[in-house]
Design a protein around this ligand. Structure first.
Ligand code: V47
Length: 372
């Protein structure tokens, strides 16, 4: 590869071109380099090697059965206590009615994450999956983060395996990647003290993969974590993926600094910078060589930057969302949803091929043009 300005990138570029794995130290060099064109070209090389110009999105609705939560993560603006203004706590039929009101033909995915409700029994969650599958046949349910599965395992006094087996039996198709935050104990203690541990999060995903439930993985960045801690996070994911192969995509989530304790403690009002977002995605694409997709989540990146990210390793921009609330309650200035047409247009205008997919990355439709 010609035109490399940072000599430290030469051996890394060689490894990438030969399809060799990058080391932790290589990852740090990638974070530190100011040779951004090379970083971009390397990430793009891997993206095109894996998927050509294909860029995926999903027709999906965001559902949260409750925002009542006892965990108290300091970055979260979504959580409420019982009786607090803005709290909601839906019965099963209320969740179904909520989705019916917003249902659009062609919807393929219900993405459901919520608070850790201290009182609902595990049977409520099984009923909820069953009711969604009954009322919306053909729609896939991608539900509950590993943190919530850990919570269910506590309330039901069942091991992860039995919790996941029961959910799968009820109709669960896949799991989202939330709750990972940052695995490093120094950070986790400060931002997510009462949440599932890093080891617990990884054990839930390992078990899900063993049971044939595909999952995603997230990383919350742009708060108090160091670059080493970001890489440590990715390293633990890469190792688990080597074992199981069950992850579909990795999703860096840029910290939204509104309405949460962490932002107040840090006196932080600014969003992450576009450059940090893009570098982070590119490093992820290069380091996580065994992950099929790196997702540029437009709800935190903005649709404009998500479009640019398609040159920085990203092969998925998530989906229509239909009323995203977790990052919007924390200040995201983006719309709460986009249409399929808008998503396809963003991708096409970046010179890539939009592919509508389902929750399991099966192709639904190739959008090779967007009608006016
Ligand atoms: O784990 C909470 C994040 C996550 C903030 O699997 C915040 O396709 C930024 O699971 N600023 C839940 N992020 C969301 C989630 C998810 C999102 C997108 C795609 C997928 C997928 C899964 O939301 C939490 C937390 O990391 N979050 N508060 C905040 N202030």
């Amino acid at each position: 590869m010609r035109g490399i300005r940072d000599p430290r990138l030469l051996p890394i570029a060689e490894k990438v071109m030969e399809g060799k794995r990058l080391s932790f130290e290589d990852g740090l060099v990638l974070y530190e380099t100011r040779d951004l064109p090379t970083l971009m070209r390397l990430a793009n090389l891997v993206r095109e090697r894996k998927h050509g110009h294909k860029t995926y999105f999903v027709h999906s609705i965001r559902v949260s059965q409750t925002n009542i939560c006892y965990v108290g993560c300091t970055f979260c603006a979504f959580q409420r206590r019982f009786g607090e203004e803005g709290a909601w706590d839906f019965e099963v039929d209320e969740v179904v009615a909520w989705v019916k009101e917003r249902y659009q033909p062609g919807l393929t995915e219900i993405h459901m994450t919520a608070g850790h409700h201290p009182k609902r029994p595990f049977s409520y969650y099984l009923d909820l999956v069953r009711a969604l599958k009954e009322n919306f046949p053909g729609v896939q349910v991608k539900a509950w983060t590993a943190a919530e599965i850990h919570h269910f395992s506590k309330i039901a006094r069942l091991p992860y395996r039995e919790v996941l087996e029961a959910l799968k039996e009820a109709g669960l198709d896949a799991m989202p990647g939330g709750g990972a935050e940052i695995f490093a104990e120094r950070v986790r203690r400060r931002i997510a003290r009462a949440k599932v541990s890093a080891e617990g999060w990884l054990a839930v995903h390992r078990t899900a993969h063993e049971l044939g439930i595909p999952t995603n993985a997230t990383m919350l960045y742009g708060h108090i974590e160091t670059l080493e801690e970001r890489l440590d996070h990715m390293d633990r994911l890469r190792r688990l993926q080597d074992e199981t192969g069950g992850f579909m995509s990795f999703i860096p989530l840029a910290f939204q600094p509104d309405g949460n304790l962490l932002a107040r403690e840090l006196g932080k009002k600014e969003f992450t910078t576009g450059l940090d977002d893009l570098k982070n995605l590119a490093v992820a694409r290069l380091y996580l060589d065994n992950f099929p997709h790196i997702k540029g989540y437009w709800a935190t990146l903005t649709p404009e930057l998500a479009q640019v990210s398609l040159d920085w390793g990203v092969t998925d921009i998530d989906g229509t969302l239909i009323e995203e609330r977790i990052v919007h309650m924390a200040g995201s200035p983006t719309p709460q949803g986009l249409t399929k047409r808008e998503l396809a247009r963003i991708i096409l205008m970046a010179g890539r091929l939009p592919v509508e997919r389902d929750a399991l990355y099966r192709e639904v439709r190739v959008w090779d043009r967007v009608e006016a």
